[in-house]
Design a protein. Structure first.
Length: 268
């Protein structure tokens, strides 16, 4: 997929919680092809401290409305600036970047075990915090292809559980919160739905959560892909600041990932 630099137009900025916004972007031209799991490097204009672009996952692509959605957690100067965007503003985006989860035509070059996730009928998509962002588009695409995803989403409190109404459109939604304010109390890896049988798992979120999900999948022999969120700068495989040790040597998460089958990682 050809990478492009586009000045996209902000159509709306919606507050999802105290710390999170949903930015809906559009363009006069049809948006480029993008697959779930890929990301965008956004340029943060008007900041005296944010020099590098910031990587943000593709949350949803709405072809009918020609919209690209980005869910942003405002954690520092750059993302806070993104949260201040107004309808009509331009956002300079480098996209689409990375490989994405493996869907039917084996777009993930690294994935040799299962080039077709649609062969799996009962996928489990596990997300924590803002790591849920790429799972919405993934679940929507799976549903479009006739699969029935189950989402398992976790947060510290109910305020961290975002877009639940949208996730509900594409599959069954199970939630956990650490304080018990919504769903089952605890971590996603304690949820009772894990007693059911799934034939593949995709996960994105904090690294300890993804490692626990990967352990669960490995113990049960379930095929699993994880989307890593290593620190990034160029997003293009040039600066090497995002490398991850894998069974094939050090790979760039921005170019060779961010999605990896767990068998490629050197995680315990
Ligand atoms: C592939 C990928 C997809 C991501 N998707 C999303 C998403 O959909 N929504 C979202 O809100 N966030 C996402 N992130 C994380 C997001 O890029 C960082 O939160 C953001 O860059 C922080 O910028 P800042 O200027 O606000 O914070 P800073 O003030 O620079 O730092 C605040 C914290 O953010 C983290 N961080 C800073 N710079 C980076 C960087 N370049 N790469 C990764 N982490 C960084 C650090 O842990 C730091 O402690 C993603 C990261 C990656 C690598
Ligand atoms: S961010 Fe520069 S090589 Fe990955």
């Amino acid at each position: 997929m050809k990478k492009q630099i586009l000045d996209l137009t902000v159509r709306a900025v919606e507050r999802l919680s105290e710390k999170h916004v949903l930015i809906r972007l559009t363009d006069e031209q049809p948006l480029p092809e993008m697959v779930p799991g890929q990301f965008v490097e956004v340029r943060v204009d008007g900041s005296t401290s944010t020099f590098l672009r910031r990587p943000i996952s593709i949350n949803m692509v709405n072809r009918e409305k020609n919209e690209l959605w980005l869910m942003v957690a405002m954690v520092g100067d750059g993302t806070r600036k993104l949260g201040q965007l107004q309808p009509g503003d331009k956002l300079n985006c480098l996209l689409p970047l990375g490989n994405g989860f493996t869907l039917q035509d084996g777009r993930t070059a690294l994935n040799t075990e299962s080039a077709d996730l649609t062969k799996h009928s009962s996928p489990l998509l596990v997300g924590g915090g803002v790591g849920v962002a790429p799972l919405l588009y993934l679940g929507a695409e799976m549903k479009r292809m006739g699969m029935e995803p189950t989402f398992l989403l976790g947060g510290r409190t109910k305020n961290d559980l975002l877009e639940l109404d949208l996730f509900n459109r594409y599959g069954r939604v199970c939630v956990t919160t650490e304080d018990g304010s919504m769903g089952e109390k605890g971590f996603v890896t304690n949820h009772s739905v894990l007693g059911e049988s799934f034939d593949m798992i995709c996960t994105c979120g904090p690294t300890p959560m993804m490692k626990a999900v990967a352990r669960y999948a490995k113990q049960r022999g379930i095929y699993c892909e994880v989307s890593l969120e290593n620190m990034m700068a160029c997003g293009l495989g040039a600066c090497l600041c995002c490398v991850e040790k894998t069974v094939d040597g050090n790979l760039c998460v921005c170019k060779d990932g961010p999605v990896f089958p767990i068998s490629k990682l050197t995680w315990e």
